[in-house]
Design a protein. Structure first.
Lengths: 242, 242
DNA sequence: TAGATTGTTAATCGATTAACAATC
DNA sequence: TAGATTGTTAATCGATTAACAATC
């Protein structure tokens, strides 16, 4: 059923893929999973574009950065495309993650199915609080921070999730930078600097909150100016945080 | 000390400000707050550009969408610029927020200084669990979901923060859509649809996690290809989630 | 075959960067 | 005044959209 022709994912990518494209991939992943769940087997770029508030040629351009995943006259096979996008995003790598900071945020995260859905397994939590060390949340044990390095070495940890107080974030990052950890998912809100062997992705919840405040303000501002349509065009976004 | 000349924030903006610019504003806000904290009184576009991994003309262009905040030969007054950006983003509006869902995530959020730093006050939490209703977290009371509409009406709630299970998200959103609430900050990971009078900003933590997975994978891929510098250029970002 | 829809090139649009006159 | 740095226009670059031939 699937085109056996030129599959560019196996070969090196033609050119550097722009970050505009990369940033859309997790959204494709999300919508495709939803389609899969809904039992849809095929989809055209036009249909998907309508769902996602994009244009059909944009979707075709994006996907063609990685390979010819569709079929002329047919469209895209949902399951096939989903697995391809998963591969591109590294969801098939089976990354192992630890959560550093077993407070409310850490506990909230460990319970979500988000990790499993993306091929990431949360194998441990760490904390400094003796009352929390030894506890178990959703089947994940809390270890002492003293065991951080040895645990990482022994278990081949790929990702560290920082849900600890700002004050100790920098110090912990330094410790991680010399471990086998390859990525840090940073919820502390502070900048951690750059490290050669560790990728850092920051979650700036405050930025997101401010975006909401801005949109509320902009909406009421344009209400005030009777007949004005300033910024109304922004309303046609789907509210996704870019 | 400050230029008394053309201040465009008071008047209507010349033209629609692009979303590329809007999305950078919370970052400016963050860096300026940091500069303020560090006691810096003035900064040039060049200095700020270096800090933020942008270019100087880009910063000047961005800021000039809203007004002439700087002074030739001097640069920008940090405090003045900070208050201007705050105003543009609506941090001076004094928005009132409620947190719907007093689980771990809700409790983690209510404790952060994020809200106060952005002029938002969290005035209540809501939950369906009788064991949680009546509790108090960081000085914020948990109310029954039955009281949602009446509380919003009586207290002029602007923002609802959804930290409840996916399953009830849609129903609660419907209820909110006919209230005075003007913005929803959605942590549930599902799409809530669009409403005429309510702005929705989604926090897709899963997307952010996938970005990290992609970067880890891309880094190890380019290691594999000896001598190749594919995608290495992406390393010069500051890791900020766009 | 006819219809549909992709993959891909060319055209357009928008955002970033360069340059420089204005001016503090 | 001289030096510095903004505000702003013009040039470049990159991303999106339009168009269409290829082909399932």
């Amino acid at each position: 059923m699937q085109s056996s022709k030129s599959n560019k994912t196996d070969a090196a990518q033609k050119q550097v893929v722009s970050s505009a494209v990369i940033n859309r991939l997790p959204r494709y992943f999300r919508y495709l999973r939803e389609l899969l769940r809904a039992g849809k087997t095929r989809i055209s770029s036009g249909e998907l574009a309508k769902m996602m508030n994009l244009t059909a040629p944009q979707i075709r351009q994006d996907l063609n950065c990685f390979g010819g995943f569709g079929q002329q006259g047919y469209g895209y096979n949902v399951r096939y495309l989903y697995t391809k996008i998963s591969d591109i995003l590294g969801a098939a790598e089976g990354y192992r993650a630890i959560i550093i900071g077993a407070g409310n945020l850490g506990r909230a995260l460990v319970r979500t199915p988000m990790f499993a859905a993306r091929g990431v397994s949360t194998i441990a939590m760490f904390d400094v609080d003796k009352n929390v060390i030894g506890c178990n949340f959703s089947g994940v044990n809390v270890y002492s921070m003293d065991e951080l390095e040895s645990f990482c070495d022994e278990n081949g940890v790929d990702i560290a999730i920082l849900t600890l107080p700002k004050t100790s974030a920098k110090e912990v990052t330094e410790r991680l930078s010399t471990s086998c950890v390859r990525g840090i998912w940073n919820f502390t809100g502070i900048e951690l600097g750059t490290y050669e062997h560790v990728k850092i992705v920051n979650v700036h919840l405050g930025d997101s909150l401010m975006t909401l405040c801005y949109e509320i303000k902009a909406a009421s501002d344009s209400d005030d100016i009777a007949g004005s349509d300033i910024d109304e065009k922004n309303n046609e976004t789907d509210g996704t945080n870019k």
